[in-house]
Design a protein around this ligand. Structure first.
Ligand SMILES: Cc1ncc(COP(=O)(O)O)c(C=O)c1O
Length: 387
């Protein structure tokens, strides 16, 4: 009998070890892992450079406190600032802490300029920003909030793509618009570049901050470091997590100078956030992703993968409705419930994971080999042909 709380519907399988794109199960079988901890293991399992840095840092220093200077964190924040729109970074431990902190930063900014009533956050209905109380109420999803009342106030919602509702929901109290650049859990729905530009324009006009949640779609997953980069839009605040730690828990919020000005000493903190172990690993992940041609390869290989998935879709139009997403954040939308299809893929040794709207999420590591993509395509094709 398991003494773990039953808040997960776990698959009846466990794994002994992993290497790159593969997982080795306790039952002796080898699986192609295109879940990768839900876009977390950006460099696959057991990357030698990550093992090396983690082991070497573990011998030096695990944890101190943010009451002291942590040089690895200083270095990491500097690199992130040099690479992105951000001037400042605050480190956390997870995605939900990062989104929650993003909300705090937005509110605190308006408070600090004498507008404490400008504190509401406008979000997409049925989005996903994590599981803390504020984050579930930010999602505007009945499923996520049911039974967790009283309601955390301060969030307004509009339907994805409903521009009229978006404009109608903005009031003088709106402090920020917070959206996922690509909705992950919601079914791999990409906000088109022209919409991101439109959002930025509205925010500029109405003195509203733009928060782009890149927890799932950021850190190279789309072939750009951030998914919003293609649009040339500059957000004010960007929560990140998942891929930046390559499997080590790291969350962070990137922000511009303007909003960072509200976060004075004592306004926010974290015991574990920015600890030396996490920072050492994060620095190394960032160095690898920043290498010449790394992102270019993601673009090239993911295009190959998308093209072939689309060919499978054309061959089996009654099974696959749409191939969604960008780069290696991929959604295969089926016409019907995807549960059985995911099971069949797993029986054929390919691991994938569900998202809303009958979508199967396919999340290879960013350094996946072409031969591994071919292996996955073969399995998907086979499952379709027997479905
Ligand atoms: C877009 C987005 N934001 C926030 C989160 C929450 O991240 P975490 O599970 O690390 O708290 C997730 C997790 O899936 C996510 O996809």
């Amino acid at each position: 009998m398991s003494h773990l709380v039953k808040n997960y519907n776990r698959k009846k399988i466990s794994f002994r070890s992993g290497k790159g794109s593969y997982l080795f199960a306790s039952n002796g079988k080898k699986y192609l892992d295109f879940v990768q901890g839900i876009a977390v293991n950006s460099l696959g399992h057991a990357h030698p450079k990550l093992i090396k840095i983690l082991s070497s840092q573990a011998k030096k220093l695990w944890h101190i406190s943010n009451a002291f200077i942590i040089p690895e964190g200083e270095k990491f924040a500097k690199k992130l600032a040099q690479k992105t729109f951000a001037d400042f970074v605050i480190f956390q431990n997870s995605g939900t802490e990062a989104t929650e902190t993003a909300i705090k930063i937005a509110r605190r900014y308006f408070y600090s300029i004498g507008k404490p009533k400008k504190n509401r956050i406008l979000c997409v209905k049925n989005s996903f920003h994590g599981r803390t109380l504020a984050a579930i109420y930010a999602s505007g999803s009945k499923k996520m909030t049911e039974g967790f009342g009283p309601k955390v106030d301060g969030f307004d919602h509009f339907e994805f793509g409903d521009h009229k509702a978006l404009k109608k929901s903005i009031t003088s109290k709106t402090a920020a618009i917070m959206v996922e650049t690509i909705m992950g859990e919601g079914g791999i729905k990409v906000i088109p570049d022209w919409c991101l530009k439109g959002l930025r324009e509205i925010c500029n006009k109405k003195n509203i901050l733009l928060i782009l949640d890149e927890v799932q779609c950021g850190i190279g997953r789309t072939g750009d470091f951030f998914a919003f980069e293609k649009s040339k839009v500059k957000p004010d605040i960007v929560p990140i997590a998942k891929g930046i730690g390559g499997g080590f828990p790291i969350g962070a919020v990137l922000m511009n100078k303007k909003v960072a000005s509200g976060m004075t000493a004592g306004t926010h903190g974290s015991t574990f956030g920015g600890n030396p172990l996490a920072m050492a690993v994060g620095n190394t992940v960032l160095d690898i992703i920043s290498k010449k041609n790394f992102l270019q390869n993601i673009k090239k290989n993911s295009k190959y993968f998308h093209d072939h998935l689309n060919k499978i879709k054309e061959k089996f139009p009654k099974i696959i409705k749409e191939v969604r997403g960008r780069g290696f954040l991929i959604g295969l939308q089926l016409h019907k419930d995807q549960t059985n299809f995911i099971k069949k893929l797993m029986q054929n040794r390919l691991l994938t994971i569900r998202a809303s709207e009958n979508v199967i999420r396919i999340l290879p590591p960013l350094n996946v080999k072409k031969s591994e993509l071919d292996e996955a395509l073969k399995i998907i094709n086979e499952v379709c042909s027997k479905y």
